[in-house]
Design a protein around this ligand. Sequence first.
Ligand code: SF4
Length: 357
Amino acid sequence: MKERIDILDLTLEELAFELGKLNIAQYRAEQIYAWLHRGVLDFYDMTNIPKDMRALLDKSFKTSSVKILDILQSEDKSTAKYLFLLDDGNIIEGVVMRYTYGNTICVSTQVGCKMGCSFCASTKAGFVRDLSAGEMIAQVLAAERHIDADKGKRGIKNIVLMGSGEPLDNYENTLKFLNIIHHSLGLNISYRNITLSTCGLVTRIYDLADEGLPITLSISLHAPNDELRKEIMPIAHRYGIDEIIQSSKYYFKKTGRRVTFEYALIDNVNDRKDHAMELGQKLKDFPCHVNLIPINEIRDSHYVRSSEKNIDRFIKILQGYDIQVTRRRELGQNIQGACGQLRRDYLGRYISHSKGE
Ligand code: SF4
């Protein structure tokens, strides 16, 4: 039997093409696309589609499903962390953060990650596979459904590609996801409300800049020089900070969007006065934004969170270079807030359980 196509993985144009092969009129593509992205994933519930056509759709397509295995809410209800089960049994995480200006979902782009950043739980168990665009969409739809049930209204206004995985290492699928999620018949999320976070794959930053999408690019820097960065992030052996800054300037020129540099503050590793001054020197005169993140301590990591005194000093020094600095609102401290940590805990429990421990 022919493998059914994942319909959530199709752009509107691709859907129209596939429907054409089944002799279904083009305008039906718009109707079906609108149903899907409103969260109606069962073809038999698409009431403006003739019944025999629904049966044909059901025979020809599947929808990648993402089932909610577990939800952890922070005490103040500002953050919900979802553990999602994929069709092949793999597990990923998603996080919904409630802000006054609208809810934000943090989407995963890969199962695990190859990049090996030393502070990150997502990479500890290695890389498993890329996610399809459909699986990224399914995360948003699953969270939307949950928020709907919770609040009785549509909820997701912003997307951050900051879950497990390096989005630029899964470039084609990530771009397709952006196209689908932005479409006016889909979830219609403005590009300006989308942030893509990368550990700094320089060649792909140039490619993304050339796509000309006005999304916010957020680059994990975490060190003011290559020597220190190499200790924290293996990717620093491939691309130097100067190359990253050059590519960021190109991104700004092409898209008009200010680049954000993420900097996780780790006690006595990268939070000293000389580190702040070195970073200030590198970024001064470039209209960018630095987001400081007091690190979440993760299991099996020796990193310790910076003191308040060091965080304040770091902020003041950067401001002295006229650099726009923010400190990330600390969400989900009591729900395994670090990226990938919930998945690790779950897998740890599951593996111990299946070993009969
Ligand atoms: S921080 Fe991002 S790029 Fe680095 S290992 Fe974790 S998921 Fe991968």
